[in-house]
Design a protein around this ligand. Sequence first.
Ligand code: C2E
Ligand code: CA
Ligand code: CA
Ligand code: CA
Length: 286
Amino acid sequence: AKSAGGNRFEHADAEADARAITRHGLTTSLPTALERGEFFIEYQPLVHLADGTVHGAEALVRWSHPTHGVLGPDRFIPLAEHTGLIVPLGRWVLEQSVRQARAWQEELAAGTFGGPLRINVNLSPAQLHHPGLVADTVEVLERVGLEPGSLCLEVTESALIGADEDLLKPLRQLAEMGVDIALDDFGTGYSNLANLRRLPVSVLKLDRSFTQGMQQHPADPVDIKIVEGIVSLAHSLELAVTVEGVETGTQAEHLRMLGCDTAQGWYYARPGPPEMLHTLSLADAV
Ligand code: C2E
Ligand code: CA
Ligand code: CA
Ligand code: CA
């Protein structure tokens, strides 16, 4: 059942996951889950490290399976990628998220909410390769009436390693329209740092493993050096740095001191329903 939040779905062993998927027959129920309305989205706030105010939220999809309960994305995104469902599912997530961001902004304008609110949406490699990405995104933004600058698309570093100009072109077009592109799980993909200059990204999302190195006091000296280096490089390229997986005040304080800009993690809030953002933002706005 859905209650604890966060990484209750996370499985260390991908192979065991693959076996579980086959065993539970998720393969047969996934293709029609979208039309049955079984997916839903939880939102996790991103906060400014400097003062704890809300910067935006990341949309994280879940599958409410009729017999297996709530399944996390690690359980079905790989399968959705494999079957091609990820394209319509990704489009659905984008539309829901853009609508939610628009709704928050309307509440903000009405003075019932302490925004400002931006929305982060994950893009899988298959969506990047899909020719309709730019047109679909533009269409949704226009129809819903959300500024492109309120949307951030997250692409993993590994999806862009060795990417040629054909793959980068749609991202470049979106970036030129004002959509932010974030490099997710940054620091795990062994990408050439000099390569960053040719990617149309405006945000680096430091992988959770660096946050874990900030748990002790004093923090891991090697991780400190690495994060210092990444932050200084990012800022010199005018990229913002987001950290994820912040679970304690110690981590938050180290990462703030190191100059990271925004943060996300259980320390601030677990992923939850959109209403959760209200209480959080109002509390922080004071
Ligand atoms: P991600 O993009 O790296 O998302 C962050 C993950 O870290 C989320 O797991 C989130 O719940 C979890 N998390 C947040 N705060 C903490 C914390 O303080 N500690 C720990 N240990 N974990 C934390 P989740 O929701 O299970 O999502 C897993 C992955 O599934 C995401 O990783 C993302 O790659 C993918 N995903 C989620 N939603 C979508 C989607 O709509 N489309 C696509 N293509 N992928 C998605
Ligand atoms: Ca992400
Ligand atoms: Ca990430
Ligand atoms: Ca991840």
